[in-house]
Ligand binder design. Structure first.
Ligand code: ARG
Length: 464
């Protein structure tokens, strides 16, 4: 671009920026990602200028045509502004002036880059949030599909990573479904704070022109406009809220990742990984590594980092716009990019990357003491006070462990020596399938409850 960089500001400047400072100052390297929204926002602004008589209809038409030309050039890979453009807003305005001559210079009437960049960022985030929501839906569908196939597949349940009580595998996976449901709803809720127009707030104080902010906002699909111009240009709460919602999505994906990594280990062997979603080692030929969940777990940290970065960036800012705010973009872009990549990868991993090892899971739940609570519950239903039953069963577990026996391997005489209330039905009561099935309290792992939870999940997905 031939125009020297200083000329975009004003004649007040006499010398050009130091080249290193120009580079330091420029955001074009990353805010070019906003170009489609910048063009859309500018079109709405131009139409508003026509409606209010600030520019003529012919001028408005020329500006919109020019902006559409730039859109086509960008999509064809022919619009590649360099650092001399400083940012995407200047880049577009300069190109418009190149294309349309003086009329291009009228576009920035009654507007500042401060309200412009806020508008662009909100339009961008609104679209990205919708995209993440639909990705979350696919992830939930995939979880639900696996859950439906595994209602009666059992898996050890843990507390403190110690075997606790057996579970329906579907119940375990539906916990992640519910987390994703909250994530989806959180995104939905925050849209109403993303979808507010700062356009027309000007640099900070509004404008002397008779603009119609509502009209421009309507053209852009905003629900309302900021009521205070200072707040409008300097509010980034919506970006922080998004980073927070994104962080929680990552927490949930990371927890599932951690489980997948454990489950794929030789020690657990609850799942095997398919070749399409795992990688080998450069030196140990026997290895198959769970790179996908490891990367998701690893990327979680940087999303948290962006949330922290945004919070700290904001905390000391005096009103109104400060250049610090340019730093919001890379944080938001990387958050969006990372979350989208992670939700997609986890969905693919679930859909085709993992196989639950049903025989191994069956063996696991049959060879532990995770039915001990059920022995205590058995005695309690026969009238033994629960705490007394609990203590008795503790002793049983201790002697069984010492004898190398599982609870189901104790003879009826051995049971009755512990307490005369034991009868032959103890064996049925402590069989893992029964142990799970019996937890029929609302929200529990009992098969009937899980089937109801699956029905609720379909309703949540709008498939009721
Ligand atoms: N590139 C800037 C940003 O990302 C655009 C707004 C610049 N405004 C200004 N007064 N220098 O925030």
């Amino acid at each position: 671009m031939e125009t020297p960089p200083t000329q975009t500001w004003s004649q007040r400047f006499e010398t050009a920026l130091h080249p290193a400072i120009a580079l330091f100052n420029a955001s074009i390297g990353f805010d070019i990602q906003l170009i489609e929204y910048d063009l859309t926002g500018s079109e709405a602004h131009a139409k508003m200028l026509v409606k209010t008589g600030i520019i003529s209809p012919a001028e408005g038409e020329q500006i919109v045509t020019g902006l559409e030309t730039i859109r086509q050039e960008f999509r064809a890979g022919e619009f590649n502004p360099g650092v001399e453009a400083e940012d995407v807003h200047f880049a577009v305005e300069r190109r418009l002036t190149e294309l349309m001559g003086d009329v291009g210079k009228k576009l920035h009437t009654a507007r500042s880059r401060n309200d412009q960049v806020g508008t662009d960022l909100r339009l961008y985030l609104r679209a990205q949030i919708e995209a993440i929501q639909s990705q979350l839906r696919q992830y939930q569908q995939t979880l639900l599909g696996i859950a439906e196939a595994h209602v009666e597949t059992l898996i050890p349940g843990y507390t403190h990573l110690q075997r606790a009580q057996p579970l329906s595998l579907a119940h375990h996976l539906l916990a992640y479904f519910d987390m994703a449901q909250r994530d989806w709803e959180r995104l939905h809720d925050l849209q109403k704070r993303v979808n507010i127009s700062p356009l027309g707030c000007g640099a900070l104080a509004g404008t002397t022109f008779p603009i119609d902010r509502q009209y421009a906002a309507e053209l852009l699909g905003f629900e309302k406009v900021y009521g205070n111009s200072l707040d409008g240009v300097s509010d980034r709460d919506f970006a922080i809220e998004f980073a927070c919602a994104a962080s929680l999505i990552m927490v949930h994906l990371s927890r599932l990742s951690e489980e997948m990594i454990l489950w794929a280990s030789e020690e657990f062997s609850f799942v095997t990984l398919n070749d399409s979603c795992s990688t080998g080692s450069s030196i140990m030929p026997q290895k198959k590594n769970p790179d996908v969940p490891e990367l998701v777990r690893g990327k979680t940290g940087r999303v948290f980092g962006h949330l922290q970065g945004l919070l700290v960036m904001m905390k000391g800012l005096p009103l109104a716009y400060n250049k610090d705010l340019q730093e919001d973009k890379e944080a938001i872009f990387d958050t969006v990019h990372t979350v989208r990549g992670c939700v997609e990868a986890m969905t693919i991993l679930l859909a085709e990357g993992v196989n639950f090892q049903v025989p191994r899971l069956r063996q696991a739940v049959n060879e532990d003491y995770s039915n001990a609570t059920d022995v205590a519950d058995y005695l309690a239903t026969k009238g033994v006070p629960f705490r007394e039953a609990y203590n008795l069963v503790g002793k049983v577990v201790k002697t069984s462990l010492a004898a190398g026996k599982l609870l189901r391997e104790l003879t009826l005489e051995e049971w009755q020596a512990i307490h005369p209330a034991f009868e032959d039905d103890i064996y049925g009561a402590i069989a893992p399938q029964q142990v799970v099935s019996a937890r029929n309290s609302y929200g529990g792992t009992g098969f009937n409850q899980v089937r109801q939870a699956i029905a609720r999940a379909h309703l949540a997905l709008g498939e009721g």
